[in-house]
Design a protein around this ligand. Structure first.
Ligand code: 5IU
Length: 257
């Protein structure tokens, strides 16, 4: 059962290099918090990264919402990530034919393949989307989207099960799945990433649904993604530290070896 194993132990099972790295960072920094940096100005993201850096294993971006993107921003963000030892995830949610995804992943303004260690990918397009990404860069950790947090979404049980199967057939490139429920207990090298986490709210007014940190850990999350719960807080560092502690304490309770 993956849930009872320590992250150090699970690192040894991971077939994907980025998953291995992620497990080791989590164990070392004692955190399973990923902050969603959904801010539109470069300096705001850099300030956020500096403040939450000590408390996170991963920083998740939506690079296309920046209004002042410049390659220097990436350079600076990578430096902060190195200083505080966290990993960069671009939540691009790729979904297209292989050729187009390859271009979106490695070309254009953002050159995602040159800086993101982790990316999110929709399973909708099947194997070819993964082949195209790996062909561009095989030192990547992919999170496949198996379930989403928004209300009335169209994903059914079959889609979710097939997504897990697809992920497991690309073990060396897939770091894990994005989901809401405990979908797999075996495969200790695989990570469950869960967004839709907040302490003070159960939803927003655009379909987002939140669970508490305890609940998502109970539902099998290895990493919890917190966005506005932290970014809208008056005390960013303080609230990141609080989420880290609550999540880590909940997680420690399920680990027995
Ligand atoms: N995100 C979700 N739900 C999902 C997936 C991704 O919320 O099912 I897949 C992203 C969107 C946003 C972050 O970047 O996670 C959550 O932000 P808030 O904590 O501010 O809602």
């Amino acid at each position: 059962d993956r849930l009872s194993l320590s992250f150090t132990k699970r690192a040894t099972y991971a077939k994907n290099n980025m998953a291995k790295k992620l497990f080791n960072v989590m164990a070392k920094k004692e955190t399973n918090l990923c902050v969603a940096a959904d801010l539109t100005e470069a300096t705001d993201i850099l300030n956020l990264a500096e403040q939450v850096g000590p408390y996170i294993c991963c920083l998740k971006t939506h690079i296309d919402i920046l209004q002042d993107f410049h390659p220097n921003f990436i350079k600076r963000l990578k430096e902060i990530a190195e200083t505080h030892e966290f990993i960069l995830m671009e939540d691009r949610k790729f979904a297209d034919i292989g050729n187009t995804v390859q271009l979106q992943y490695s070309q254009g303004l953002y050159q995602i393949s040159s800086w993101a260690s982790l990316i999110t990918v929709h399973s909708l397009f099947g194997r070819s989307i993964l082949d195209s990404i790996i062909e561009s860069n095989d030192d990547i950790g992919v999170f496949l989207i198996a379930e989403v947090s928004s209300s009335n979404n169209l994903i059914d049980e079959k889609y979710t099960t097939e997504t897990i199967k697809l992920g497991l057939s690309y073990e060396s490139s897939i770091a894990g799945v994005v989901c809401q429920n405990p979908l797999f207990r075996d495969f200790p090298g695989f990570l469950q990433l869960t967004p839709g986490v907040q302490l003070d709210s159960t939803k927003d007014n655009l379909g987002q649904q939140y669970n508490s940190p305890e609940k998502v850990i109970e539902n099998g999350a290895d990493i919890a993604v917190v966005g506005r719960g932290i970014t809208k807080s008056a005390d960013i560092a303080g609230s990141a530290e609080q989420y880290r502690r609550v999540l880590w304490d909940a997680c420690k309770r399920r680990i027995s070896e």
